[in-house]
Design a protein. Structure first.
Length: 336
């Protein structure tokens, strides 16, 4: 795996899928018609987390499949339907499809989607039909059947030089996904001018919600109460020795730019008063080590809990590291 791929959001999506796939695989394999809500709860949460991770990297097909899985599990948890062995098989095949997608390199995603897009749509429809109509005729297929799609004849023939004239039939929707993925593979998202426009939109939304000025920091500014600062560009937001907020290009070799770890660490080393460090929903581990530095410096620290997180990655890493003094749902954090 290349260094660039390690730094990609797709690699973080892969890690999130790996973390939750084991929970789903083991839980679904042991699920029976009489399973209670407590047994289904972690499965529903795992599907929800995968859905959130897929949304971050704009993999809409995976978002839809994970959402359909979550809906089926919620229905079973609430007692609106009893999952049959065939239903569990469809859920496992939906998970297999997402897992197979997550293993692809960015350069390989377009051809993989051409070969496996129809299979994904079929699984999505079968998931939506759980509890409302009989499963499709191919529900007896095992999860291994879907995994083999990654090496289907369509992929093999497209990858052999001697089949350069071979044609592949592409549906309009699949072509649209292909064009989107192909475009995404040619850019570095953090270095595009449209990021500035997106940042302005984010600032406007946050201002509407918080009724506080949301500012993009581009030059050193003193700390002031009642303001929300965002790091502009790809530098790190830091607290400087003169106790002003600034942007630092160092360290350059970090997984994330800007990095929450770098910001929290600068606060732990330099802030003279009392502060509270809070780490909210997000993919990966950024912020966990920095939150630990704040806690070791004597500051109270909070991580968002799994139930209220869209993607329970960063807060989970903080909790596992012992960086969070408290783990709270979102609506209980502000009152603290």
């Amino acid at each position: 795996m290349s260094g660039d791929e390690d730094l990609s959001l797709l690699a973080l999506f892969r890690a999130e899928v790996e973390a939750h796939a084991a929970v789903l695989t083991d839980g679904l394999a042991g699920l029976d018609a009489g399973a209670d809500a407590a047994a289904i709860e972690p499965l529903m949460r795992a599907a929800h987390s995968i859905k959130g991770a897929a949304r971050v990297v704009d993999l809409d097909a995976a978002v839809r499949i994970a959402h359909a899985m979550e809906d089926a599990l919620v229905g079973a948890q609430e007692g609106r339907l009893a999952l049959t062995a065939a239903d569990v098989d469809v859920l496992l095949r939906g998970l297999d499809w997402i897992a197979a997608l997550s293993t692809q390199r960015e350069d390989d995603l377009p051809i993989w989607m051409i070969a496996n897009g129809d299979a994904g749509e079929a699984v999505e429809k079968q998931l939506a039909a759980i509890g409302s109509q009989p499963p499709a005729s191919d529900t007896s297929a095992s999860p291994a059947h879907l995994r083999s799609a990654a090496t289907s004849p369509a992929v093999a023939s497209a990858s052999r030089p001697d089949d350069a004239d071979a044609a592949v039939k592409i549906a309009a929707e699949s072509l649209s996904r292909l064009m989107g993925l192909a475009a995404e593979s040619l850019v570095q998202a953090r270095r595009l001018e449209p990021l500035a426009a997106a940042l302005q939109q984010l600032k406007a939304r946050q201002h509407d919600v918080a009724d506080l000025p949301v500012l993009a920091l581009s030059e050193p500014e003193p700390l002031r109460a009642g303001r929300i600062w965002l790091a502009a560009g790809d530098g790190h937001l830091v607290l400087r020795d003169d106790l002003r907020l600034g942007i630092s290009e160092q360290p350059r070799e970090t997984l994330h730019r800007p990095s929450i770890d770098i910001f929290f660490d600068s606060l732990a080393r330099r802030f003279p008063g009392r502060l509270c460090g809070v780490l909210l929903t997000g993919m990966g581990r950024d912020g966990a080590a920095g939150l630990l530095a704040l806690r070791r410096a004597g500051h109270p620290t909070i991580a968002q809990d799994e139930g209220s997180s869209v993607v329970y990655g960063m807060p989970r890493a903080a909790a596992e590291l012992g960086a969070a003094g408290e783990v709270l749902p979102l609506d209980q954090i502000a009152p603290r």
